[in-house]
Write a protein that binds this ligand. Structure first.
Ligand code: BDR
Ligand code: CA
Length: 305
């Protein structure tokens, strides 16, 4: 089983991704670390714990940074995910507490303990990863891989014409993470817009697994409303899921290799770039086998109640 730590700002598509990761027989989710973005960091902790409760697991959850490294915090994305991050659907309260360690401390501890074995998957702003690198730069050589949802390399952004939300929320953290020596694969909007959960697809998930699928379908209504207004589509894009699908099925993805960077000032703040003339241990995903991914998600979620 692949040991993974997921850094997340749950969030409806985060919830879709976390349910998959926790239910997947090939993934051992050893910690959830939390970050601001879709919600504030305190709510991100609460939501991560509530999702663990829903799935009947007790995965350590650690609270991360409350603000970006250098810029003023942006408002949370409650117009996309609802005030509680789950489209105003309330999950039962958690039955255990968050870790006493900060997100960065827990990442450092676990990476040292399982040297060479950890996949670090980040589906929110990259502040916690940047802080972990700052405190303990050696982790860049000790993780097995870093998989990120974020950025918009060859396409428009979703919060500004140039920037995607996770990188826009902390571009300096993104720059530090992209420039560290660890191997990275980034799933930006270039590829995440290619996967769509239609309302009928979510209904089927709810039929198969009334508790988990039912929660995701109900929470996604708010998110779908946003997509209907802005993308004229009766469904939603489960952006964060692609990072987890890559962790289990990398062969479904087409990658491009190059040096990655993030613009940290001016009107292009948060824009991500790739220089394909420079070879590096950095990749972005540009395409994905959508049918395989959707079928796999259905099959994995069926393992939940
Ligand atoms: C990313 O931003 C968040 O709103 C989503 O959860 C995802 O991580 C998409 O731009
Ligand atoms: Ca997210």
């Amino acid at each position: 089983m692949k040991k993974i730590i997921i850094d997340t700002d749950p969030g409806i598509d985060d919830a879709i991704a976390l349910c998959y990761a926790i239910a997947h027989p090939d993934l051992d989710v050893i910690a959830l670390t939390t970050i601001f973005g879709n919600v504030g960091t305190d709510l991100a902790v609460d939501n991560a714990l509530r999702l663990c409760e829903l799935l009947g697991v007790e995965i350590p959850v650690a609270k991360g940074a409350e603000v970006p490294l250098s810029i003023q915090p942006n408002p949370v994305a409650d117009f996309v995910h609802g005030l509680n991050g789950f489209g105003e659907i309330t999950l039962p309260g958690p039955s255990y507490n968050a870790s006493n360690l900060s997100a960065a401390e827990l990442i450092i501890d676990l990476v040292h303990k399982h040297s060479g074995e950890i996949s670090l998957v980040a589906v929110g702003p990259l502040t916690n990863l940047a802080l972990a690198l700052e405190i303990s730069p050696d982790i860049a050589e000790l993780v097995s891989e870093v998989i990120i949802m974020g950025g918009a390399f060859h396409c428009d952004g979703n919060v500004t014409p140039k920037a995607e939300a996770n990188l826009w929320n902390d571009p300096h953290a993104g720059k530090a993470v992209f420039n560290a020596q660890w191997p990275i694969v980034v799933h930006g909007l270039d590829v995440t817009y290619k996967i769509k959960f239609a309302t009928g697809y979510l209904d089927q998930l709810a039929k198969n697994s009334p508790r988990t699928g039912g929660f995701l379908r109900d929470a996604a209504r708010f998110y779908i409303d946003f997509y209907q207004r802005h993308h004229n589509f009766d469904g939603c894009c489960p952006h964060d899921l692609l990072a987890l699908s890559y962790a289990t099925n990398p062969d479904w993805f087409t990658l491009e290799n190059g040096h990655l960077d993030v613009i940290t000032d001016g009107e292009s703040l948060g824009k991500t770039t790739i220089d394909t003339s420079t070879k590096a241990n950095k990749f972005i995903a540009t395409d994905v086998n959508s049918d395989a991914l959707l079928q796999d998600y259905t099959a994995v979620l069926k393992q939940t109640t």
